[in-house]
Design a protein around this ligand. Structure first.
Ligand code: ADP
Length: 498
């Protein structure tokens, strides 16, 4: 093997539009040093090895010595944000055979395998890698369980690509699997706080020890339902590689006499044994309401058990309890004393920009077909005048669009002229559509926006059913239909009516 230069780069998060594509972005200097071109494959070495396709960094990232990658690639390399990785040009072979297994039971047919294969052509993989794929507003996770040959292989259209029927066992247990910071929209500042308060002590308790400050034991997340509190807890557990245990207040309280305390003790024991760990208590106000509001003896006993367990936590910093509530003042003040839930983070209703980010996340991998309205298209083309890539075609493009009879003709004209120009215009139209949807969904929280995206995909599906393109009786949806499925602006508005 020839000498391959290695460099060290700091891990940074991916831009939303890059998530799930198996790419990393590095700057020109790093590309020169590694002797790679855009489109080449690099090996990324953290606590694990993985590979990704290299793309050029955005101008503002030049000279920062960072490598941008999404949460799945971070997981595959066994690193978190801010960690250092070693990067070198990959010694990559063509994949003869690749077997992937889902992380949860799914039903699928030959068509799905072909569709998934086609989505992954060009993707470099290593045995053990996770792959996340968006389909119809949902995300599926697969694990690469075998490759021939071994090492870094690139999937081609000739690869014998197989999907196992059986889900992978070990991972199916961890509920946090796959949730990363890039899956959370509109909460940039909140994520920053969560990282400082929770991720840092879980990963580096020694820092706190050295500085002589106490890492937090309990953090309270408060805000309306559906704003992403559970998502945040799962993401930080995943990103810090921590064991995750979720319990639910009302469920604990419904246990029989003495069982609630017993369950709490079990949970804390499991956490300490598996530290670093996060215990997530949803609707904590139902376990620990203000004592004056409490009538039953049960609540008092459960609260004092919880307090005893928190006070008794030995593994300082290595076990953190996250409590979630939408009524922070309804909680027993004893819980909020120092050494208990003494930090709190507000998780608010998203603003317009936040709603747009959340919509971007939940339409990831969704085949959106925007309207190609003439005035909009021309407006975009005018803006693209300054773009060097399209200098030679832009005038002709505008002329053709002006002459086109309808939207179909506009699309055809752009595609014939320059496929990249068409892609760019389409991407901007999709962006404008999400912007518009963000505008009209004032008051929606993350859960509402996720439902909106799901419903829009369902509306698109229903359209195909009406047109007779999908046979309800058929075992599997044919690939042609999967590819024909396009979610339109109308589908989103249809979904909004519900
Ligand atoms: P909470 O715990 O605050 O009630 P969840 O985290 O359970 O809310 O959110 C429910 C679902 O709504 C999530 O699984 C996700 O699909 C979506 N969701 C909520 N908030 C966000 C967000 N900020 N970004 C992206 N998706 C979100």
């Amino acid at each position: 093997m020839s000498e391959r230069k290695e460099i060290k780069l700091k891990v940074a998060s991916a831009y939303q539009r890059d998530v799930g594509r198996g790419i990393v972005r590095i700057d020109r200097k790093a590309m020169r040093e590694l002797n790679v071109q855009p489109g080449d494959i690099v090996e990324i070495i953290g606590t694990k090895n993985t590979a990704a396709v290299v793309w050029p960094a955005y101008p503002e990232d030049e000279g920062l010595n960072i490598i941008r990658m999404d949460g799945t690639i971070r997981k595959n390399a066994g690193v978190g944000l801010g960690d250092e990785v070693t990067v070198r040009k990959a010694d990559v072979k063509e994949a003869k055979k690749v077997i992937v297994a889902p992380t949860e039971p799914i039903r699928f047919g030959r068509d799905f395998v072909e569709w998934l294969h086609s989505r992954l052509v060009g993707r470099p993989v290593v045995r053990g890698d996770y792959i996340k794929i968006g389909i119809l507003g949902q995300e599926l996770t697969f694990v690469v369980t075998a490759t021939t040959p071994a090492g870094i292989v690139q999937i081609t259209e000739f690869t014998d690509f197989q999907v196992s029927e059986k889900p992978v066992k070990e991972v199916a247990k961890t509920a946090t699997l796959g949730v990363t910071y890039e899956d959370i929209g509109g909460l940039k500042d909140v994520i920053q706080k969560v990282r400082e308060m929770i991720e840092l002590p879980l990963k580096h308790p020694e820092i706190f020890e050295k500085l002589g400050i106490e890492p937090p034991k309990g953090v309270l997340l408060y805000g309306p339902p559906g704003t992403g509190k559970t998502l945040l807890a799962k993401a930080v557990a995943n990103e810090a590689n921590a064991h995750f245990i979720a319990i639910n207040g009302p469920e604990i309280m419904s246990k029989y006499y003495g069982e609630s305390e017993e369950r709490l003790r079990e949970v804390f024991k499991e956490a300490e044994e598996n530290a670093p760990a996060i215990i997530f208590i949803d609707e904590i106000d139902s376990i620990a309401p203000k004592r004056e509001e409490t009538h039953g003896e049960v609540e008092k006993r459960v609260v004092s058990q919880l307090l005893t367990l928190m006070d008794g936590l030995k593994s300082r910093g290595k076990v953190i309890v996250i409590g979630a509530t939408n009524r922070p003042d309804a909680i027993d003040p004893a819980l909020r004393r120092p050494g208990r839930f003494d930090r709190e983070i507000e998780v608010g209703v998203p603003d317009k920009q936040g709603r747009k980010e959340i919509l971007q996340i939940h339409t990831r991998g969704m085949p959106i077909e925007p309207d190609f309205r003439r005035d909009r298209v021309i407006e975009i083309l005018e803006k693209l005048r300054g773009d060097e890539r399209f200098r030679d075609v832009i005038d002709r493009a505008i002329e053709k669009v002006e002459k086109a009879k309808d939207e179909e003709e506009i699309k055809r004209a752009l595609r014939e002229l320059d496929e990249r120009l068409y892609d760019e215009v389409k991407a901007r139209l999709i962006d404008a559509l999400l912007e518009e949807l963000a505008e009209v969904t004032h008051g929606f929280v993350g859960a509402d926006l996720a439902a909106l995206a799901r419903e829009a995909a369902m509306a698109a599906l229903r359209r195909l059913i009406k047109e007779g393109k999908i046979d309800f009786e058929a075992e599997h949806i044919p690939r042609e239909v999967l590819e024909e499925l396009k979610v339109t602006r109308k589908d989103f508005y249809e979904a909004l009516k519900m």
